[in-house]
Every structure is written in C-alpha cells, then in structure tokens.
Write a protein that binds this ligand. Structure first.
Ligand code: ACM
Ligand code: ZN
Length: 721
C-alpha cells in the first residue's frame, strides 16, 4: 500500500515537472525540455531568430504533446516553425497571430483539432499541409491561403469557417482532401459563394473523379541531350497496351503503373501501343535511350533494361502535372535522344546518425529514380551508431544501434536493418535501377563498433557511443589482428547482402590529431617497425593507414570482386589504381582530381561547395542550429561543373560521377530529409546527366519549380497511403 502511494506521488511529481508554464524557452534546462509533455508560453514576444523558441519546441522537446501559445503576442508563426513536429497532439495559437508561415505546421500529424484565430490574415504555402490526423479545423477570420496550404489532410472531416466571404485560396490549397467525407460549415448566406470560389469549389466535387489536361510542352529533369517537337499530338486514349519482350517485364509493369496513374490511356481498348525495346546499337552508353511520341503511340528504345527504364522515367515526367487528381489526355509528338554524362549519380544518406525507417528509404529510392539518380550510398556506421545486422558480431546492433539523442535533440533514434530486410530493400531498389552501395567507415568514425568491441581500438579502451557531432580521436588499431578479422567478416556478410559492384570504406577525418591514437600504441609501434616505417613525425601514421587500406582493399577485390571507394584526404597521397575516390572537402577538389589522375583512379565529385545537401539552402533555413554549415543554395548546386574545368580527357578517363551528401546530424525526421534533398538533388541529377550545352540556370529554375510542386503533392499523398 505504502509503495503504491509512493509511486503515485512520484508519478504526480513527474507530471508536475513535465507540465511547464513559462515566459520563453530560455527558462527551461535541456532536461526540462526533454521531459516536458505540456508547455504554456506566456512570453509577449517569443524569440524567432537562430535557435528560436519554435525550433526548440520542434527539435528539443520530443515528449511535448500540448503547446499553448494563447498568452503570447507574436504576430507570426515563422516559416518551418514546427515542421514535422510529430509529437504534438494539441496546439493553441496566439490570438494576436496574423500570419502562419510557409510549412509552419507541415506534417504535424498528431493534432486532431485546430482553431485558426480571427486575427490571422495569411496562411502561407503548405503551412498546414500533411497534418494527417486533423479532423476538425475552425477558421475564425478570413485568411488568404497559399498553395497547398491545407493539402494532404486526409482525415479531415469538418471545416468551420465563420467568414461570409470565402477566404482567397489557390486552386490547389486543399489538394488531396477527401471532399466527400468533409462537412463544410459556412454562414448560410455564403454557401453559394463558397461553392464557386477558387479552391473552395474542390470541396464540393467528387475527389475521386479525375480531371484531364493536355500537355503542351514537357518539363524534364535532367534535361535530355536532344528533344525535338513535331507538329502533331498523341491522344493518350489511343494507347491500349504496353508491348515489351520478357527481358523487360519489370519495365512493362512500371509502364502500366505510370499510364494508370497519370494518363487517360484505355487498356485493351485503344489501338495504339507503348512499345519498349532493347537496342544495343543506339550508343556505347549502357544508359542511352530514345523516346518517340507519334500520333499513333510511343516507342522507347534502350541499350539495356536500365536505359529503357530511364526512358520510362522521362515519359512519366511528360505525363506528370502538378495537380493531384489530374490525368494527362494528350501529349505533343516529339523525339528524344538521351544518354548520361557521368556513370554514377548518387545520393548518400546517413541512417547512422539518425535512423531512417525502411519505408522511408523506399520512398527515397522511388523519387531518386525519377531524376535518373542511379545509386543510393548508405552510410551505415559512424561514431554515433551501427545500423546493419552482422551475424558474427551481434553486439553491434544489440548495443551499437541504440541512441537516445543527438546534440541538443534528445530523440529516440534507435534502430537497425536486419540483413533480410536489407536484402529485400536492395531488390526493391533494383527494380528502380538504383544500386545500393554500403559504406563501413575505417579507421575513424567507428566509435559505435569500438564501444561494442573495445579490442578494435588501440589499448582496448572503453569508449562511450557518441551523442554529439564532431570528429572522434578513437580509431581502429592497425596493429591489432582482430581488426582485420572483424573487417573481413563484416565485408563477407555485407557482400552477401549487397550485390553492388562497390563497397565504400570511409577513410575521412582520421587525420592529425586523431592519428595520435596510433602514436602511443605498442601494437602500432611494433607494426611500424615491422614495416620499416620510420618514426619521424606524425606523417608516418598515414603510411600505417595506407597499410590498413591496402590489406582491406586486397580482400575486397580478391575475395568479393568489389571495387573499393573512399573519401579523399590530401595526406592519403597514393590511391590504389582502379579505386574510386570522393572529392568532398571544400577547396580541395582540384588536388583530389590531380591525385586521381596521377594514380589511375576514378573520382566522384561531391565538393562541399555544391553537393552537401545537409547544409541550409538559404540563410536561416533548416537546420537553423548546426555546427557552422555554409549555405548551399539551389543555384550553387546547379552550378556544379562535373569536369571541374579539367577538360575532356579527365572527363573520359577519370570522372566517375557526382554525389550529393545528406549527413543527418541535423535531420531528425524523414520529412526533413526530403526537405533537404529537394529540389537540390534535381540540380545535382542534371549536373551529372545532362551535357553542358543543354544546361541553363533560369530554364532549370522554372522546371524545378514545376517538379517540386509535383513532388510535394506525391509525397503528401504517398505518405498517407
Ligand atoms: C565527410 O564529410 N566527412 C566525408
Ligand atoms: Zn594501435
């Protein structure tokens, strides 16, 4: 009885601790923010700048379910204020509020009821989009509402608007709503006006009824090598079947799905065909295809199934409109000849820092493929976690995959991929012609593994898993035989899961002073003596790193037939011939290219200046709090020159491709991952695929606006399935 009373008291005490009534977030400690379940803010003006109160409510309070801002006098809920704050269940907005900024409540998908105060005069683009649990929305005033401001509210059942004049909307303000299930309550005298008003009228029509649209000019990213229009048109209703040989079964399935989703084709009825063909004579590039639209049908020819698939992705873009619920009724007749400029166009994502569920990885692959990005590079391990099951070393995932936070974000970010799940995912990606490349870091960025198996590091020190970003001094010990046994077993198991031609070995940021780890280690000293490496200055440690790499590279090549990849570091001067190195460091691309040329190696370009998509795309954009990331704008990404001014010969013999990186230290939700990726990944895709002569920034800008809108709608509707 006594124990029961005590635990009840403790429970009440913890409740009182987690319910906070304060002026601003500054009054709470990190622990209080982490524990808070209910916050009432009474500060007259909540700070909105760097590390604003909103950013803290969004990123630092994962248990917060109730947020009451009624006591504040803020006039604006800033852009991205509570973007994908999945934890929120109840939100009371200040009745001084005049503007709800762009994406301010995007994917706040735990909130069931919301009242927009009468003071609000503007709800910006996508402000409430993706609030999927929202059942009842009350709009007390007459706010103007931007594009897709209320899109994707799939559970919405009731909208109450008090204004006798319909608030001004865009045509797609309510895109993706289940209009037949929604009760719209407006002043009786205003019902007719709402029925006729732009945007509102979509709430009175059958949402499952599709509209049709004729496409006049196509908008393709990456822009094809050549595209010429003829004078005619193809009515999509002419198309009645897809014809393809057995080797293209997968592509035929995709083609049927695309036609069903996006066009008015009449399967079994139309007389025309969509023909898919293999044709090795088109070009030397295995990814080259042609696409012809005539008044009678469509023919896609490709050198390989991958090439045919890229042709289909082009067709899909031609049929895409930026409205949900619209089918393409006709296309202009045209002819496309296309092939990529570079072999590998990849995105690197980082489930190590913040775990990314498999369902999200799938959506990620589907979108990548649309832009002909053909490799997904998975950064599976780092100082902060180990995310792939290795049967020989179960502690890696039992212990190494559990995280309770990242810097000031006390999130539960545990999780790992089993080998079986990963195998299925790899097969799924292959159907989209996306190759999944695993990365296991060495010798640095390995603290999670070292924590689980301390004998991996010099002196077998016990090291905690890192919960902050930054570079660790703990490295794998090259003088310890267990390290080679460990890596050998890990790569053996990985080779059985990932059929990719490549394995990425990391190799970044294990330089001075981190290499000090090897300066005072008996085993490292003994190895240096055995190899005849002089103990001069710390540069001898780079020779040790080379030894470690060469041994692992040899195993990868001879046992598993893999081509090794790694991040380029200038001190790592000798790149084994045939390897693929990644030029990533700001300002050092030319040095990396010269090293690749001198060593007969290939190079991927992902210079920080253009390709680090985890950096904010504009000043003040997410992630607002970071370790000092420079801004990388869409234009800056677009301006990547894959040949870096080194000319034809470099491009032909050494350039392998381009990569965009999405390190996830500051990307705490899947929605944020998409937000950081697009539209910059479209720019990267075009840099890696399209010839220089076809690329023009203003033209790309216009195409990317169209594509971003379409992607946004897809994402809202896909995520709600
Ligand atoms: C890197 O950004 N550390 C490759
Ligand atoms: Zn050592």
């Amino acid at each position: 009885m006594k124990t029961h009373l005590l635990s009840s008291l403790l429970f009440l005490f913890s409740l009182s601790l987690s319910a906070q009534t304060i002026g601003t977030m500054q009054e709470l400690s990190a622990q209080q923010k982490a524990a808070a379940t209910s916050i009432t803010l009474r500060g007259v003006q909540l700070p909105t700048g760097w590390n604003s109160d909103f950013r803290q409510l969004r990123d630092c309070c994962p248990r917060l379910t109730e947020l009451n801002l009624s006591g504040c006098r803020n006039r604006e809920l800033p852009t991205n204020a509570l973007f994908s704050a999945h934890h929120l269940r109840r939100l009371v907005l200040p009745d001084s509020l005049e503007r709800i900024g762009k994406a301010a409540l995007y994917a706040c998908d735990g909130i069931e009821e919301l009242v927009i105060p009468a003071s609000v005069v503007r709800i910006d683009d996508s402000a409430l989009a993706g609030m999927r649990a929202l059942r009842r929305l009350t709009i007390l005033g007459c706010p103007e509402m931007g594009e897709m401001a209320l899109a994707g509210l799939t559970d919405l059942r009731e909208i109450v608007v008090q204004s006798p004049i319909p608030p001004r909307c865009a045509a797609n303000t309510f895109a993706g709503l289940q209009s037949q299930q929604i009760q719209l309550t407006v002043p009786r005298s205003a019902r007719r006006a709402y029925r006729q008003a732009e945007g509102w009228r979509t709430l009175f029509i059958n949402a499952s009824k599709k509209h049709t649209q004729d496409v006049d000019s196509v908008q393709i990213i990456p822009i094809p090598q050549s595209l010429t229009y003829d004078d005619g048109r193809l009515e999509m209703a002419q198309i009645g079947k897809v014809v393809a040989c057995d080797a293209l079964n997968n592509e035929r399935d995709h083609a049927q799905t695309i036609l069903n989703r996006l066009s008015t084709w009449r399967p079994g009825k139309g007389k025309g065909i969509l023909q898919l063909e293999l044709d090795a004579t088109i070009s030397a590039s295995p990814e080259a295809y042609t696409l012809q639209v005539t008044p009678n049908g469509i023919v896609i020819r490709g050198v390989t199934p991958t090439a045919v698939f890229w042709g289909l992705m082009t067709l899909e873009q031609m049929l895409t409109t930026s409205c949900a619920n619209t089918l393409t009724a006709s296309l202009p007749t045209l002819h496309i000849e296309d092939a990529p400029r570079t072999q590998l166009r990849e995105l690197m994502i980082d489930p190590a820092r913040i775990f990314i569920p498999l369902a999200e990885l799938r959506l990620f692959v589907v979108e990548m493929a649309r832009y002909k990005l053909n490799a997904l590079h998975l950064h599976l391990v780092d100082d902060q976690a180990w995310r792939i099951e290795i049967k020989a070393y179960p502690r890696l995932t039992e212990i190494g995959s559990k995280r309770t936070g990242m810097d000031d974000m006390p999130l539960d970010i545990s999780g790992y991929y089993t080998q079986e799940e990963m195998r299925e995912f790899v097969q799924f990606a292959a159907r989209y012609h996306v190759e999944v490349i695993p990365e296991i870091e060495m010798p640095g960025h390995e603290v999670a593994a070292i924590h689980c198996y301390p004998q991996l590091t010099c002196g077998a020190r016990e090291v905690p898993i890192r919960t902050t970003c930054g570079v660790s001094n703990e490295l794998l010990c090259p003088g310890e035989e267990f390290v080679y046994e460990f890596l050998g077993n890990v790569f053996r198991e990985l080779s059985e899961v990932f059929p990719s031609r490549y394995i990425h070995l990391g190799g970044d940021e294990a330089g001075n002073p981190a290499l000090d780890c090897w300066t005072h280690c008996e085993k490292c000293e003994a190895l240096k003596a055995k190899l005849g490496i002089p103990l001069s200055d710390r540069s001898e440690n780079w020779r040790l790193q080379e030894y470690l790499f060469n041994r692992v590279i040899d195993t990868l090549r001879t046992c598993y037939g893999k081509t090794p990849m790694f991040w380029y570091e200038t001190d790592f001067k000798r790149i084994p011939e045939g390897c693929i190195t990644f030029a990533w460091r700001h300002g050092l691309t030319a040095a990396a290219i010269r090293a690749a040329q001198e060593n007969g190696a290939h190079i991927m370009l992902c210079p920080g200046e253009h390709c680090y998509l985890d950096y904010p795309a504009a000043p003040g954009d997410m992630p607002e709090v970071n370790w000092g990331m420079p801004v990388t704008s869409l234009e800056q990404t677009y301006r990547l020159d894959p040949s870096w001014g080194f000319g034809e010969s470099f491009e032909q013999h050494h350039l392998f491709g381009v990569a965009g990186t999405l390190w996830s230290e500051c990307i705490p939700t899947p929605e944020r991952l998409f937000y950081m990726t697009y539209p910059r990944a479209m720019a990267l895709a075009e840099a890696g695929w399209s010839p220089k002569s076809r690329r023009q920034w203003p033209d790309f800008q216009q195409r990317s606006t169209f594509h971003l809108r379409a992607l946004f709608i897809r994402r809202l509707l896909d995520a709600s399935r």
